[in-house]
Design a protein around this ligand. Sequence first.
Ligand SMILES: *Cc1c(COP(=O)(O)O)cnc(C)c1O
Length: 428
Amino acid sequence: MVKRKLCEPLEDHKGNLYFDGLSVEDLAKKYDTPLYVISEKRIRENYNRLYNAIVSKYKDVRIYYACKANTNLTVLKILKSEGAYLDAVSTGEVFMGLNSGFSPENILFTGTSVRNDELKFLIDTGITVNIDSQSELDRLLKISVPPTISVRVNPEIGAGHHEHCVTAGLQTKFGLWENEVLKAYTTAKKARVERFGIHMHIGSGILEIEPYIQAVEKLLSIAKRVHDELGIVFDFIDLGGGLGVPYQSNDTELNIPDFTSQVVSLFKSKVKEYHLGKPFLCIEPGRYLVCDASVLLTTVNTVKVTPYRKFICVDSGFNTLIRPAMYGSYHEILVANKLSRKKTETFDVVGPICETGDVLAKNRELPLVVEGDVLAILNAGAYGFSMSSQYNSRPRAAEVMIRQGKPVLVREREQFQDLLTSQRVAQQ
Ligand SMILES: *Cc1c(COP(=O)(O)O)cnc(C)c1O
C-alpha cells in the first residue's frame, strides 16, 4: 500500500505522533482514553477553504453545518463564529444549535418522519422547515402558516460511501418526487406562505463530482417548473451535503476547487437560463468540516494471538466509534510512538464489547504493538462521538479541544453515575 505522508494537523516528531502541535501520548496520559481530540484550527481551516472556494464564484452563499456529524457545543460555537448556518435533522439538534448561539433564522430543519409536537416546537421557535412529505406540510400548516417553506426534493440520483448513506434515488424514503413537489408548493402558496426554498441532499461520503452535477441539473429543472408554473421565486436553493473526505490512502480526494468550479458554474448558468433570480446557494456539509479535525485515542489492553488470528484489544469499541462495525468503514490507525517502525504484522483491532462484530480494523498491517501502547484512529471527527453509545454499560468517552496550542476538556468522561441517569426503579 502507498504510504501517505501525514498531513495536518498530524505530525511525525521523531517517530511520535503529534496532533495540532501536541503529543498524543501526553494527551492520553493526561486525560486517559478513549479520548476524542479535536483541532479547532482544522475546523476553521476546513470551513474557510470551502467557503472561500464558493464565494469567489458566487457571492450569495450560505454554508449550513450539518451538525449530526458532531454536536459538541464548542464545535458548534466555532462554526457559528465563522459565520456558518445550521442544518438540524431533529428538534434536539435545533435545541443544541439554539443553545450554542445560533439564531432561529439561521437554522434549517430537515427532518424525516416528523411528529406534530415537533412541528409545533419548530413553529414556536421560528425555525424554517424543509418538508419531507406532503403529510408533514399539511400537518405543519394546520398548526400555523410559517413565513418560509422549503421542500426537500428527491432528484432521483443518489450517491454515498455505503448503501445506508445514499439519501436520494429510487429506493430512498427521503424527499418528494417531482410530481409531488409541484403539489406541495401549490399547497404552501395557497396557504399564503411568502418565501420559499428548495432543497436536496443526495447522500454522504461522496468523493466524485458527477453525482452532484446530475442532481443539480435535476433539482434546478424542478425549480424551473415550480417557478414557471406557480410563479414562485426561490430565496434559496440548497444542494445538501455529502462532501466526502479520504479515509484510505487510495481514496481520491474530493478536489474542492474543481468541485466548486463545476457545481457552482452549473448552478449559476442554470439559475440564469431559467430566470430564477438571485437565490442564495446553500450547501450542508457535515463530515467535510469536522472529520479530519479529530482523532480518537485508545489504549492497547491486550495483544491476543490465537491459532488463526492476531488481535489488538483496545479500550474503544463500537460503543465509541461505530462506523467500522456499522458501515464496514476504514479508519487509518497509527501507533502513537511507533511511526518510524516497520509494519510487520497483520492484526485485527478489536474493542471491549461482547460481540464478535466489535472490530475497528480488520487485517491491518501495523508495527509490533505491546500492552499500554496508544493508538490513534484517524478521521474520527464526523459521526464518531455523535454515534457513540453506552452499550455494554460503558460510560462514553471524553472530548478535548486543542485551542491555540492548549488542550481544553470540552466533554467530561462519563462516570458510572451517568449510567443511572433517567432510570427509575419500579417499586414493589
Ligand atoms: C447528514 C446530512 C447532511 C450532511 O451529510 P455529510 O455527509 O456529513 O456532509 C446534510 N444534509 C442533510 C439533510 C443531512 O441529513
